[in-house]
Design a protein around this ligand. Structure first.
Ligand code: SF4
Length: 426
């Protein structure tokens, strides 16, 4: 893996991302599986096809596990494949391969199974593809490849379905103005800001928040000039170490940040978060808790030491890893507008999308500090991949978890730039 210490002025050339199409599942070599822990939604067309399976060729499993649980759902959520008592998909074979795929071919897979871990969106009339980091191989492809955005693939190869595509969220009366013609300019600027190594990552994220807040204040379609003025102002900052006391002097309260992360993680671990994430949680706890007679003060000292001695040197050596996390998040979620078209869509303002992204980033980065403290000098890429992958898997697929992030930040009054400074700074 390359080491990138030099500060370079970002200069993003934005072609629509197609790297998702280059992804290849590693099947039985995978350390996790996407065929457990969740029930798979299936559309009406696939449901009807499954009803034709003869009993001896998976039909008996269909009658037991493929069910319409809630009547009158929209066609894409018509029915679900429910997990067996093992916690795995009933079609998951002893050889770790999918029996529907083996027996009937890829055209019989549900959209979720065919597409995962890819994620497709239409932006400005063009199909784009990104990856979910909840798959370990996808996480490696994104996090450990310095210029992953340059990987190209054919989104129209026919190797996966492309009929389950979301699109840019629109302006709403109760929310903010989201003019689609500005989206690509805004996203290019945000990606350059995320990769701008002239300032630390927490500072870049606060700047991104301040940009989103400024854009949220522009409310009418007549304000085209106002959008251009704000975007020009932030574009001039990228790559230059301009003093910004209003952001730099925001408070750092690591004790409060740790409390929030424990509170959020505790709720996740109590629910069905998966063994890999629970293992990471315990590594995090062991990385910051004193072995005996631990007091909160000891924990705080060990947390700060873990950041300074193990986490910071590692990410100084490989700065692209966390930048890549953010850039893929921006593509996948059409940040900061959001992705519309799914019944599970949660409308948010631009700043609301920012709070969601920055909180998830702060949360997983705090876990990484504890994990670094656990592995000490042995802290390595594989631990980063497991932390980010298992965290993403426990969070991203569950709208109630995403909503609880919004609600927690709101109830703690951290849903503002001051709150994000507390969560992002060490
Ligand atoms: S999690 Fe990713 S690599 Fe593993 S089986 Fe699923 S798609 Fe393949």
């Amino acid at each position: 893996m390359d080491s990138h210490k030099t500060i370079t002025k970002p200069n993003t050339v934005m072609a629509p991302p197609t790297y998702a199409a280059a992804f290849r599942c590693i099947g039985t070599d995978c350390e996790d599986t996407c065929c457990g822990d969740w029930d798979i939604p299936i559309d009406k067309n696939i449901y009807n096809k499954y009803q034709q399976f003869p009993r001896e060729k998976l039909g008996s499993l269909v009658s037991q596990f493929v069910l319409i649980s809630v009547p009158d759902q929209p066609d894409p959520l018509h029915a679900r494949i429910y997990r067996g008592s093992s916690g795995f998909c009933p079609f998951f074979g002893a050889d770790s391969l999918c029996n529907i795929h083996k027996e009937y071919g890829p055209q019989f897979l549900s959209a979720t199974c065919s597409i995962y871990p890819r994620s497709f969106s239409y932006v400005a009339g063009t199909l784009e593809g990104s990856l979910s980091l909840s798959c370990p191989e996808a996480a490696r492809n994104i996090l450990l490849v310095p210029r992953f955005m340059q990987i190209e693939g054919d989104l129209f190869s026919g190797n996966f379905r492309t009929d389950n595509v979301l699109h840019l969220a629109s302006s709403r009366k109760d929310s903010c103005h989201k003019p689609h013609n500005f989206f690509l300019t805004i996203r290019t600027l945000l990606i350059d800001m995320a990769r701008d190594r002239s300032r630390p990552l927490w500072h870049r994220l606060l700047l991104i928040g301040s940009l989103c807040e400024s854009l949220d204040n522009i409310t009418t379609a007549e304000d085209k000039e106002a959008f251009s003025v704000v975007l020009r102002k932030y574009r001039q900052i990228v790559g230059y170490q301009i003093s910004q006391p209003e952001l730099v002097n925001l408070p750092s309260l690591p004790r409060l940040k740790l409390e929030v992360v424990f509170r959020l993680t505790d709720a996740l671990v109590r629910d069905n978060s998966g063994k890999r994430f629970r293992d990471i949680f315990w590594a995090f706890v062991e990385g910051i808790a004193s072995p005996d007679r631990s007091t909160p003060q000891n924990d705080m000292e060990r947390f700060l030491q873990a950041e300074e001695k193990y986490h910071r040197p590692f990410f100084e050596k490989f700065p692209f890893i966390l930048e890549n996390y953010l850039v893929n998040y921006m593509f996948q979620n059409l940040f900061p507008y959001g992705r519309e078209g799914s019944p599970r869509f949660i409308p948010r303002s631009l700043f609301g999308e920012y709070i969601q992204m920055a909180t998830q980033f702060a949360w997983v980065n705090t876990l990484l500090i504890g994990v670094a403290g656990h592995y000490k000098e042995g802290f390595a890429e594989e631990h980063v991949v497991q932390t980010i992958q298992s965290f993403t898997r426990a969070v991203e697929h569950y709208p109630d978890v995403l909503q609880s992030i919004d609600e927690s930040m709101r109830s703690l009054e951290l849903n503002n730039l001051r709150g994000m400074a507390i969560m992002l700074k060490v």
